[in-house]
Design a protein around this ligand. Structure first.
Ligand SMILES: Cc1ncc(COP(=O)(O)O)c(C=O)c1O
Length: 399
């Protein structure tokens, strides 16, 4: 057999469904509510800071682990908000987006055969991240809201059963994509107890830290007692400052693993874009009301899209954070979610992401579909107008 093929690792996963939906949406001129990027402007002072950095010739390789002003801003803000000391020189590594931060972290801590616990449905990158780093994923179900439980929940016994002596880490994404769940202190304490019992890392993807609603509070698992020296917190500029194309993210890690993460990061990408790191340091100095206004803006858009989707007969799971609405599409009578999304893009003119792309066992997501609302009002209104074409079997409801 020819050796001129992709590696076994690369053959184990498909192209990103989320990014594919954007391409399909563009090809058919659909309103794109699939991939999570804003179609409105980034804050003016942040854009100006990037232009100034370029004009000041900050255009060469940055220090591999990140420019000092950004690393110090990351450490300062985490300490200011959550009261946990972070030493920039020993704990902060700037990467090309939180995507690379996650990959560098996994490659830095995982040996082949190590297990990683992942809540399902999950952000689709975690699957390939596990394969590329050699980890064996163990999935724990997040059950959809019911009349008894207003939010997505996991069964503590099921979570406990996923841990064993091979468990190297658990990935926690709060606020969560795709469900909109915000993990409570009680849930994080239960996870932390298992991490301590089995001596495992927690990898906390907190990219939606500031996008949170209805008075909910974001709790970093690094702040739970006993977790500081076993948590790697991942975050970035993309979502908070509406600059997903800049590719700047970071890890905050215990000093004991920072060296390993920095080495992997160095040989993956050398460093993150220099002028955007400079602008990131400025962004992180924005006043607190920037964050409260941003969250209020997203809450308003959430309510707007919820109303639109309900009107067009989707059953919606109301998010507590992040900027996605998971819906149930059983009422439309389609065989599967991918078929429905293709119909939606080509015939109705609105793009979403098939629910199956958030599950290892894709049959679990066949009646689900995710929409994002990090969009201008007119974009959401255009989706509303186009969705009028949809014909349901029964009416939708919010849970
Ligand atoms: C949960 C989650 N983590 C990470 C990312 C990617 O972030 P970045 O742009 O920093 O790579 C996304 C983007 O949608 C996401 O939803």
């Amino acid at each position: 057999m020819s050796k001129l093929t992709g590696s076994r690792k690369a053959l184990q996963f498909t192209e990103s469904v989320i990014r594919e939906m954007t391409r399909l949406s563009d090809a058919h001129g659909a309103v794109n509510l699939s991939q999570g990027f804003p179609d409105f402007s980034a804050p003016i002072p942040v854009k100006e800071a990037a232009c100034s950095a370029i004009n000041a010739d900050d255009n060469q390789y940055a220090v591999t682990w990140g420019q000092r002003p950004l690393r110090e801003a990351v450490a300062r803000e985490f300490t200011r908000r959550y009261g946990v000391d972070v030493v920039a020189d020993e704990q902060v590594t700037v990467c090309c987006g939180s995507t690379e931060a996650m990959m560098a972290t996994m490659m830095a801590i995982i040996d082949p055969g190590d297990e990683v616990v992942v809540f399902e449905p999950y952000y689709e990158n975690y699957g390939p991240d596990a394969i590329l780093s050699g980890a064996t994923p163990r999935y724990v179900t997040l059950h959809p809201p019911t009349v008894a439980n207003a939010t997505w929940t996991f069964d503590p016994d099921e979570l406990a059963a996923a841990f064993n002596e091979k468990t190297k880490a658990i990935i926690i994404n709060t606020p969560n994509n795709p469900t909109g769940k915000v993990f409570t202190r009680g849930e994080l304490e239960a996870i932390a107890a298992l991490c301590r019992k089995w001596d495992t890392f927690a990898i906390a993807d907190e990219i939606y830290e500031h996008i949170i609603y209805d008075g909910q509070q974001h709790i970093p698992i690094a702040t739970i007692p006993g977790m500081g020296d076993r948590t790697i917190t991942i975050n970035g500029l993309s979502k908070t400052y509406s600059v997903t194309g800049w590719r700047v993210g970071w890890t905050i890690s215990p000093p004991s693993v920072t060296g390993a993460i920095r080495k992997v990061h160095d040989f993956l990408t050398v460093g993150a874009p220099a002028p955007f790191q400079a602008a990131g340091a400025v962004a992180m100095g924005l006043p607190d009301d920037y964050y409260t206004k941003m969250a209020a803006g997203y809450q308003r858009r959430r309510d707007m899209l919820l109303a639109i989707l309900e009107k067009h007969h989707f059953t919606c799971y109301k998010p507590q954070g992040a900027y996605y609405i998971m819906t149930d599409i059983s009422t439309f009578g389609f065989r599967d979610d991918v078929e429905f999304v293709k119909y939606l893009i080509k015939d109705v003119g609105v793009a979403g992401v098939p629910g199956s792309s958030f599950y290892k066992d894709q049959s679990k997501g066949r009646t689900q579909l995710r929409f994002c609302y990090c969009k201008k009002d007119e974009t959401l209104q255009a989706a509303d107008a186009r969705l009028a074409k949809l014909v349901p079997a029964t009416a939708g409801r919010v849970m």
